[in-house]
Design a protein. Structure first.
Ligand code: GLY
Length: 348
């Protein structure tokens, strides 16, 4: 893959840490490598598995796995081709976390750079900071040779123009005659993201999450994906976790941190995800007194899916409700890449 991350400088940095981990003598896991991702990550898990079984650090394997979606204009939730904010500008969020070094990097609201997870990797590897935002993040990326490009595809622009025309009867935009063909959630918004957690054969963990965020968001809105503990988290002694769906709910409950801590306390991965979703549901119920649209009947009106990969190779996934892209997740291990079905907090 032609990217700044593949340069010799980065390989050297990666090799340094990998060598240190090896020297400190962690025994190889009998179970081998495991990679999990969101539903849109079938090719991602294959690529990350290939890389981590080839000796790459799990965090790097995750970052390069999600790059497949960042590069894909047909994945309108991530990178190039992602849906824009309300002004028609694509703003991307991403983060990665490295288990062995307990370090992380992130970028938020970055424009014109299609691989924000790789920029997050550079933040982690080359700075004493965790999160860079906006123009500063872009300038940082440019300094490492990431090219600037327009990320708004014709298809994404057409969807945005249709949304802008249809959103209100009280403006000067003429509504499309045939109505909107977008599949919206109960709040009339589209969320999309890819998360990837990777377990290496030696037991090391790493993860990445990348997104174009909430479609048609207010410019500058940052979701959960670049926030450590929210859109992703890993602890090399315990496991790795991530989230896709309504970022605001993920942030308010610190879901990825919570999933990892529940696994530390002994929960199975799916149990840990369900525990965090119960917290999310309770917070949504409280919030709904001021934002009634967040609650529908006896449950939250929005979707959130959590992914968990434990250090022993066990994995799980759970969603609040069975939305279009929820519940199903991607896995790759010695049995190959496949989709599996996760649990639901509200099955009926
Ligand atoms: N989970 C992606 C976002 O809300 O931005």
């Amino acid at each position: 893959m032609n990217s700044p991350l593949s340069r010799r400088q980065m390989l050297a940095a990666s090799a340094g840490i990998a060598t240190a981990a090896t020297l400190h003598g962690r025994a190889a896991r009998a179970g081998g490598a495991v990679v999990i991702s969101s539903k849109n990550g079938l090719r991602c898990v294959q690529e990350a598995y290939r890389r981590v079984t080839g000796g790459e650090r799990p965090v790097r394997a995750a970052v390069m796995g999600v790059a497949i979606n960042e590069d894909d204009p047909e994945d309108m939730s991530v990178g190039y081709g992602g849906l824009p904010n309300e002004e028609g500008v694509v703003q991307l969020d991403a983060a990665c976390m490295d288990g062995p070094s307990a370090n992380a990097g992130a970028v938020a609201a970055i424009e014109n750079i299609k691989n924000p997870a790789q920029v997050a990797f550079f933040v982690m590897e080359h700075t004493d900071h965790v999160l860079l935002v906006g123009e500063g993040a872009k300038r940082f990326a440019r300094s490492y040779g990431f090219p600037e490009q327009d990320l708004l595809t014709d298809k994404a622009r057409a969807i945005w123009l249709r949304w802008r025309a249809a959103r209100s009867r009280n403006d000067d935009w003429l509504s499309p005659a045939d109505g909107s063909d977008l599949e919206l959630d109960a709040q009339g918004r589209l969320y999309g993201t890819i998360h990837c957690s990777v377990l290496a054969p030696n037991g090391d963990l790493g993860c990445a999450t990348t997104t174009s965020g909430l479609s048609f968001k207010i410019p500058g809105r940052v979701g959960d994906s670049p926030l450590i503990g929210c859109g992703l988290y890993c602890d090399n002694d315990v496991g790795s976790a991530g989230a896709t769906g309504r970022g605001e709910a993920s942030i308010l409950s610190g879901v990825s941190w919570l999933v990892v801590e529940r696994m530390r306390a002994g929960d199975e991965p799916t149990q840990a995800c369900l525990h965090a979703l119960r917290r999310v549901s309770e917070y949504a119920r409280r919030q709904s007194r001021w934002q009634p649209a967040l609650w529908a009947g006896d449950r939250p009106s929005f979707d959130l899916t959590l992914y968990a990969l434990r250090k022993d190779g066990q994995f799980g996934c759970a969603s609040l409700r069975a939305g279009k892209d929820e519940r199903v997740f991607a896995v790759c291990d010695a049995q190959g890449a496949r989709h599996e079905t996760g649990a639901l907090l509200y099955p009926n």
